[in-house]
Ligand binder design. Structure first.
Ligand code: NAP
Length: 249
């Protein structure tokens, strides 16, 4: 087990990649703070919590909207009250509101930037003060292949995910002297509810761009996150790990 005696906070952990990451971290020995947003997601978050407990690890649920500065800070406080510290932060929560630029509404731009970029700032800022005190931290943020390559119909999402990369590199430089690393994972095309809503032709088109010839699974991302959180990655910071079946080289 690579993460024994570590405490991890995973945002947006009630389903999708976040839920799988939370479970994988627990399999490797970590106790986990499971963030979810809204009462409608409580049951899903509770299931994740129970699965973590079944692995013999502790888990607490922390409700909070990462896009809201105070809510994100309160979520972090809930976790620290339960476990005393946070060693690993996984900024996973994200949304997309796809539209061509000419049709994109201000609300579509604002909501995506608020969750996918400001959410990363809000949560990282709140967690960092505890990591600095402990002189240890592993920050892993979920960007996207789209943040590097761009994608028609996703100007808002691509801008937010590119922002996560710039943020990660800056934070890595600021916090390195405190033994805190900051890296990002850039998933390609992963099978979750975010991609379930795409039509067959969009899926077919995407598959043609993936040399490994398949969509990724949440587990593929979780394995990369565990690596970056583990001591195997102690000398790695400010990096973007592409987990996309070779989609972008
Ligand atoms: P998902 O299945 O839609 O899950 C997203 C999670 O984030 C949900 O639990 C969601 O809660 C939560 N969330 C949304 N807004 C939030 C907020 N304001 N505060 C806290 N939690 C919030 O999506 P996914 O595919 O697992 O995506 C996870 C991350 O990977 C995202 O950052 C996404 O951009 C990134 N990513 C995904 C893909 C892909 O192909 N799937 C590719 C590249 C990058 P609700 O249940 O309330 O919505």
């Amino acid at each position: 087990m690579r993460l024994e005696n570590k405490v991890a906070l995973v945002t947006g952990a009630s389903r999708g990649i976040g839920a799988t990451v939370a479970l994988r971290l627990a399999q490797e020995g970590a106790d986990v703070i499971v963030n979810y947003v809204g009462e409608e997601n409580f049951a899903d978050a509770r299931q994740v919590q129970e699965s973590i407990n079944a692995l013999g690890r502790r888990a607490v649920l922390a409700e909070g909207n990462v896009a809201d500065f105070n809510s994100a800070a309160e979520m972090v406080e809930q976790g620290v009250r339960a476990f005393g510290r946070i060693d690993i932060l996984v900024n996973n929560a994200g949304i997309n509101r796809d539209n061509l630029l000419l049709r994109m509404k201000e609300e579509e731009w604002d909501s995506v930037l608020a969750v996918d970029l400001k959410g990363v700032f809000n949560t990282t800022k709140a967690v960092t003060k505890y990591m600095m005190k402990n002189r240890y931290g592993r920050i892993i943020s979920v960007s996207s292949v789209v943040g590097v390559a761009g994608n028609a119909g996703q100007a808002n999402y691509a801008a937010a995910k590119a922002g996560v990369i710039g943020f990660t590199k800056s934070v890595a430089k600021e916090l390195a002297s405190r033994n805190i690393t900051a890296n990002a994972v850039a998933p390609g095309f992963i099978r979750t509810s975010m991609t379930d809503k795409l039509g067959d032709s969009a899926v077919e088109g995407a598959l043609k761009m993936i040399p490994l010839g398949r969509m990724g699974e949440p587990e593929d991302i979780a394995k990369a996150v565990v690596f970056l959180a583990s001591e195997d990655a102690d000398y790695i910071t400010g990096q973007i790990l592409h987990v996309d079946g070779g989609m972008l080289m």
